[in-house]
Design a protein around this ligand. Structure first.
Ligand SMILES: *Cc1c(COP(=O)(O)O)cnc(C)c1O
Length: 433
């Protein structure tokens, strides 16, 4: 029996987050004020986020301590296991070794609570009463609802309408934690009402939902906004994934040649990959692959430029790969990947040539997810299925070349609340987009 499990114990939970900015040599392009195009200072962000998160957003300190109260909550499910997919390797007939970091063991089934817990903690500490946010497929909303519940905060979630209709179960999860949910575009905000006037059947998008949550939060001093991906501080909080994975790969006695993650806003991918970036800068040959849907190809087809993070153009301008803040992606099942932009830090690393990206069609992605499910048992989130497809292609390429290759991918979440998507695929109704 090959060793499959590489497990850490509670004392191995990382005590510090890793900030990749410290290793980039120069500061990343700053966010700009849309009117003046001058860098925005911390004060401009103060109505939106608590100060501690703003400081992390602009920090270039390599290691940032994780507060004890945050560690206490993370220890409910962390450290997460690293598995070697030995049965899938056999099924694919590949000489490659495939490892996956399994983030689906969190209570809500994805990596997202890693940052939700930290964000709720800092908001509570600074006297915030309520957090407003957006959610696509509902994973972020569920994670933040749980975190707010743990820290005694109210939570309002603007949920992209197409997902609200396709995925009622995550709405129920959020409600179980005590959150209030509005389908977006909603009649709760000026921007939502304007959008519905123009298009009463608008499926919504993350960009629209972000605008609604910001409009809700900004004028009220005890209400703040929270974002589940894209921003530097969110990526920072996710680095616990990669820091654990580094120790676990050592336990496995090998180093990854290829590191893969799916990208919506880039946070789970960055969380796994960033702690390995110093190894690459020190000369180790690692191929980093960010995987996106062909229906929303921010990196592979977008431009690298300053753009808004939301549709109503309320956010500062971020330098990133973008399809345009008014881009409304087709309603694919990987709702968490339907975002027009990309994390500025992931974009920057791609621009520097340290990372690459590829895009896959929805049908190919589900085929790979079922190949994985039939060998390893896990029904994966449609988002994660993109990473699985890339891992499969890398493993099949290794077979073609007859070469060993160590592949590590982030398994960002389970798909047990996405069975509608699997139903569409299995009954032949899924579109190739
Ligand atoms: C939200 C989500 C993603 C995409 O978001 P990132 O910020 O790019 O990680 C991927 N997988 C799962 C399971 C998600 O819930």
């Amino acid at each position: 029996m090959e060793q499959r499990q590489f497990l850490l114990s509670q004392k191995d939970i990382p005590r510090e987050w890793y900030n990749v900015v410290a290793d980039l040599g120069s500061p990343p392009p700053p966010p700009l004020h849309p009117a003046t195009r001058e860098p925005v200072g911390p004060d401009a962000l103060a109505p939106i986020f608590p100060m501690a998160l703003i400081e992390q957003e602009v920090s270039s300190q390599r290691h940032i301590p994780i507060p004890e109260d945050v560690l206490d909550v993370l220890s409910i499910w962390r450290p997460t296991p690293l598995f070697r997919a030995t049965r899938w390797e056999k099924a694919l007939g590949t000489p490659a070794k495939i490892f996956y970091k399994w983030e689906g063991v969190s209570p809500v089934g994805s990596h997202k609570p890693n940052t939700a817990v930290a964000q709720a903690y800092y908001n509570k500490k600074e006297g915030v009463k309520r957090i407003a946010t957006e959610t696509g497929a509902g994973q972020w909303g569920s994670a933040l609802s749980m975190a707010c519940c743990f820290f005694g905060l109210e939570c309002t979630v603007y949920m992209v309408r197409i997902s609200y209709n396709q995925k009622p179960y995550r709405r129920i999860v959020m409600q179980a934690y005590g959150a209030t949910i509005h389908p977006s575009p909603s009649d709760q905000t000026e921007f939502g009402r304007k959008t519905l006037e123009k298009d009463p059947d608008c499926p919504g998008s993350l960009g629209i939902a972000i605008s609604e949550a910001l409009e809700d939060a900004i004028p009220k001093p005890d209400v703040k906004y929270s974002l589940g991906s894209v921003l530097n501080h969110v990526l920072l909080h996710q680095t616990v994934i990669g820091l654990e994975a580094k120790k676990q790969m050592e336990m496995a006695g090998c180093q990854p040649d290829v590191i893969i993650g799916c990208v919506g806003g880039g946070s789970n991918y960055a969380g796994l990959s960033f702690p390995f970036v110093p190894d690459k800068l020190n000369g180790r040959d690692i191929k980093f692959i960010a995987v996106e849907p062909a229906a929303c190809p921010s990196i592979t087809k977008g431009r690298y430029d300053y753009d808004f993070g939301d549709t109503a153009q309320m956010t500062p301008l971020l330098k990133m790969h973008t399809l345009g803040a008014d881009f409304i992606p087709p309603p694919i099942h990987a709702g968490g990947l339907r975002y027009h932009g990309m994390a500025p830090l992931v974009s920057l690393l791609v621009e520097k040539g340290l990372m690459e990206a590829r895009a896959y069609q929805q049908l190919d992605v589900f085929e790979a997810a079922l190949s994985f499910a039939k060998a390893e048992g896990i029904i994966s989130a449609p988002e994660t299925a993109h990473a699985i497809k890339a891992a499969m292609d890398e493993a099949l390429a290794a077979k073609e070349e007859g070469k060993e290759r160590v592949i590590l991918f982030n398994h960002s979440g389970h798909g047990l609340l996405d069975l509608g998507a699997y139903d569409s695929y299995l009954s032949g109704k899924l579109q190739s987009v």
